[in-house]
Design a protein around this ligand. Structure first.
Ligand SMILES: NC(=O)C1=CN([C@@H]2O[C@H](COP(=O)(O)OP(=O)(O)OC[C@H]3O[C@@H](n4cnc5c(N)ncnc54)[C@H](O)[C@@H]3O)[C@@H](O)[C@H]2O)[C@@H](O)CC1
Ligand SMILES: [K+]
Length: 477
């Protein structure tokens, strides 16, 4: 099952892997033609009703695969308004071939005729909301006709994610949907064929430029909408919590706070005036601080545990107590990781171990990354939390799905890059699911590291990565 948002991401990833959308459109159109051949005899009258986006484009390809049929194509709107280049190229190819095409610019002139089969390719996953004209009139005509109705990807007017329709929608007998089933088709009373259109499995498995599309901001948003992140760490170290909190800001959080021991608070603040620092007594975290921290954390979106915290027994006991009572979302890194297998927590945890820390947690690893994906998925399922296991190939799993990240370079073994990753994960977990947050953070952090390596080679340092995080999160390669 795949949502429209994930489908759009996978489509962009496929393009980055060298499989452009025009090739996918060719496969989609071909897949629709195969179903047409199953449904009606050669020589039958087939009416294609095409919209101006890629859903229409798919059916314009189909027309070329149906030479044995009596095909008419109605384009809803003027050819100049076809919204994508690849759909327009497929329209031009039909015109050049003198196919039986017509354009419908006024719904009053829409005439479906009396075909044996209608191919509904007005709208797919690209839009939601009520059908406008001439699509609404065309949908009514399709529903009133005696023809079999075959919809491309999703019946036009139906939301592919929810199955809802905001007004009139096509009542399909059959749907050919692409790549994977769509949640909204489940509730419909029609036959659904899922067609493989040649999207490489790698477009889903490996993170890519499509994954960051999930981050697009609404222009109406307000301060706080993109997250308020609390980093709990510091004591033996001061740079780590400051890096993690600044990374949260660079990854888009609106507010980043650090809770740290009083003796390092000034130093942590000194790294950046952008941080809000809250100190607690003593020189390390201990159980006496937990109840105050729980209150403070309750108003934050995500807590990041671990950067620079150290492994004092008191500190680990405090993390354990905190997580046992906490019901929100937390990223757990570094020394704090070892308490995770000990606790039965209601919290949603994203754990970010490297291979050594994973083994310390009780997980196992393998040198082959493919084997590691299975091991990480199993261990994530056992823990009931999301894992981001760092390595040459980062493996991310929530116990159900697995993603693998290939960005990054050997220069990133320098200290502090893990703190940057933990902070970025915290910020992204404010707006994305744990799996997506971890995957996008790994991708962006690695890319930022690759940009830093372009400039500094193996002499790159964590603050170089920090500064390039926004570029790492941008959509274009
Ligand atoms: N990986 C993918 O995502 C693939 C997608 N493909 C096809 O591409 C489709 C998505 O294409 P697009 O993103 O271009 O979007 P659509 O083709 O679903 O819709 C865009 C068109 O609808 C028009 N429109 C917008 N709102 C409307 C309304 N309320 N009433 C009437 N018209 C309206 C727009 O002007 C635009 O021309 C999929 O459903 C599928 O058929 C396939 O070609 C292959 C791969
Ligand atoms: K459709």
């Amino acid at each position: 099952m795949i949502t429209s948002r994930r489908m759009a991401a996978v489509d962009v990833n496929a393009e980055a892997l060298g499989v452009p959308r025009k090739q996918l459109m060719e496969s989609s159109g071909n897949a629709v033609a195969r179903v047409v051949r199953d449904l009606v005899e050669p020589g039958s009258a087939v009416a294609i009703v095409a919209g101006r986006g890629n859903n229409g484009g798919d059916a314009l390809v189909t027309a070329r695969f149906l030479n044995a049929y009596d095909v008419t194509v109605s384009l809803l709107g003027r050819p100049e308004t076809i919204s994508t280049t690849i759909a327009r190229e497929n329209w031009d190819a039909l015109v050049a071939a003198e196919a039986n095409v017509q354009t419908v610019t006024d719904s009053a002139n829409f005439d479906l005729g009396t075909p044996d089969l209608v191919i509904d390719a007005m709208l797919g996953t690209g839009v939601t909301g009520a059908l406008r004209e001439p699509e609404a009139t065309a949908a009514r005509a399709i529903n009133d006709s005696d023809a079999l109705v075959l919809s491309v990807d999703v019946p036009s007017g139906v939301d592919a994610d929810t199955g809802d329709s905001a007004g009139v929608a096509v009542d399909a007998d059959h749907v050919v949907t692409f790549h994977d089933a769509k949640p909204g088709l489940d509730a419909l009373d029609c036959d659904v064929t899922v067609a493989d259109i040649g999207i490489p499995a790698a477009a889903e498995l490996f993170t890519g430029p499509g994954d960051v599309l999930a981050l697009h901001r609404d222009s109406q948003s307000h301060k706080g909408d993109h997250g308020d992140v609390l980093v709990v760490g510091g004591g033996p170290y001061t740079g780590a919590p400051a890096l993690a909190a600044q990374a949260a800001l660079r990854a888009g959080a609106d507010l980043a706070r650090v809770a740290c021991p009083e003796h390092v608070a000034r130093e942590v603040q000194g790294y950046s005036e952008n941080l809000i620092v809250r100190e607690f007594s003593g020189d390390h975290l201990s159980p006496e601080h937990v109840s105050d921290l729980l209150d403070y954390a309750a108003d934050r979106d995500v807590v990041v545990f671990g950067p620079g915290l150290g492994d004092h027994d008191d500190s680990l006991a405090a993390v354990e107590q905190f997580l046992a009572e906490f019901a929100g979302t937390a990223v757990v890194d570094a020394d704090a990781l070892q308490v995770v297998p000990e606790i039965d927590s209601e919290a949603t945890l994203i754990c970010t171990p490297h291979q050594g820390e994973l083994q310390k947690m009780g997980g196992s690893t393998a040198s082959d990354w493919r084997e590691r994906t299975d091991l990480v998925a199993e261990f994530a399922a056992d823990l009931g939390h999301t894992l981001l296991v760092k390595g040459r190939y980062d493996v991310i799993s929530d116990g159900d799905e697995v993603r693998v990240n290939r960005t990054g370079n050997p220069g990133m073994t320098v200290g502090g890059t893990g703190d940057v990753l933990a902070g970025a994960t915290g910020a992204l977990a404010c707006v994305l699911s744990p799996l997506d947050a971890a995957a996008v953070a790994a991708y962006a952090n690695g890319r930022a590291g690759d940009f830093a390596a372009d400039e500094f080679g193996s002499g790159l340092v964590a603050t170089d990565v920090l500064k390039r995080l926004p570029a790492g999160l941008e959509g274009e390669e």
